[in-house]
Write a protein that binds this ligand. Structure first.
Ligand code: AMP
Length: 359
């Protein structure tokens, strides 16, 4: 156990809104934050105590950073594994690089999950158009082609409805590292935000239902409107994943739920706090951000019970213009990420509405 006392400094790799909200939670618990991020203008730094602007592979900057903090964590999953390995020589890093190796590659991620006895879409890794055609004979159409690495919010993906569309989809993705997945005819997408402490204690927030617009999360409904048996399975599987990874911190598991198919399938895991967990700030005694800070600082996990049902809506691009109106709305908790430039598709903030007596 590496228990930190208030006044200690948490090193944060990445400067986005997730880092910002973790830094705010850290401050509430009496900790300081030092952000490491290449960008000068970043949302985390506005609420952090110190900042280093350097590339994630700048070893001199990383070494100085590691010497100035008491623990390191990260707010996005595309941090190079080598960066975490380097920092680990000087300081503790939670979560460990093991989860990055698994989750940065969709092929190793799905292989790992299946090995635990947890279902995913059927999949196959391919590197040529010919291999893709052969794989599709087994998986069938429609199918989803995805780049194995660096995909997010639907980027690096193409749906193939029939053999005739394969060559176009292949060309569009323009990569030799592709995973083909069977298309899941799901009714709902849900996620579970799980946490595991340094002592191995596991706590999961209730499964939340996620509705996307243009491949970006639009609305999260907590709790998800699903059967109790699915809720329990989603939590049991998320717990198994964090346990098997010997994970420390918050990790999110996204699932597909189909009414006509009793199988609960994992879509992907994110080794971090997650957009679909923002509702926990208002709706639970301990938010996902505080839970992560507790875990990495060697503290006991907090309570994940509901104070009330909640709905979280993302404010994407121009949605942030509703800021004034939302502030005037009774019961709406408004979060602005402090980004100086509004761009289409950019997450600018979110609003959570709490329903203590049910929605
Ligand atoms: P991902 O980047 O893998 O999370 O995919 C983004 C979105 O694409 C998901 O939230 C789903 O709505 C959709 N999607 C991804 N994979 C599949 C699949 N195998 N079958 C059906 N829809 C999918």
């Amino acid at each position: 156990m590496n228990t930190l006392t208030p006044g200690s400094t948490i090193g944060m790799l990445g400067g986005g809104q997730l880092g910002r909200m973790m830094a705010m939670a850290a401050a509430e618990l009496g900790f300081k934050t030092h952000v490491f991020c290449p960008d000068l203008d970043n949302p985390t730094e506005q609420v952090a105590n110190a900042a280093t602007h350097a590339d994630y592979e700048d070893h001199a900057a990383l070494e100085a950073f590691a010497n100035s903090v008491d623990v390191v964590t990260y707010e996005f999953e595309n941090i190079p594994v080598s960066t975490v390995e380097f920092l680990k020589k000087t300081t503790n890093v939670f979560p460990s690089s093991k989860v990055l190796e698994v989750s940065q590659d969709r092929l190793s991620e799905k292989t790992f999950i299946n090995k635990l006895g947890i279902e995913t879409a059927p999949f196959k890794g391919v590197s040529t158009l010919e291999e893709a055609a052969t794989a599709l004979e087994g998986i069938g159409y429609p199918a989803v082609l995805k780049t194995r690495r660096f995909g997010y919010d639907g980027k690096g993906q193409a749906i193939v409805k029939s053999e005739a569309g394969l060559a176009d989809a292949w060309q569009k993705l323009n990569s030799k590292e592709i995973i083909i997945e069977g298309f899941i005819n799901f009714d709902l997408e849900i996620s579970v935000v799980a946490a595991r402490s340094q002592s191995g204690e596991i706590k999961c927030f209730a499964p939340v239902e996620n509705i996307h617009k243009n491949h970006i999360l639009d609305l999260s409904i907590a709790p998800a409107r699903i059967d109790q048996s699915i809720k329990e399975l989603a939590i049991a599987n998320a717990s198994k994943i964090v346990e098997k990874l010997d994970y420390v911190g918050v990790l999110t598991v996204e699932y597909f739920v189909s009414q006509h198919d009793p199988v609960l399938r994992v879509n992907e895991i994110a080794p971090r706090v997650h957009n679909s967990g923002h509702w926990t700030i208002e709706a639970c005694p301990t938010s996902q951000f505080e839970q992560h800070i507790r875990a990495i600082c060697g503290l006991p996990l907090g309570c994940v019970d509901f104070i009330g049902e909640a709905r979280m809506t993302n404010l994407i691009g121009d949605d942030i213009d509703q800021y004034g109106a939302l502030l005037a709305e009774k019961g709406a908790s408004v979060h602005h990420y402090g980004k100086s430039e509004t761009r289409a598709g950019r997450k600018m903030g979110h609003v959570t509405r709490l329903y203590p007596n049910g929605y």
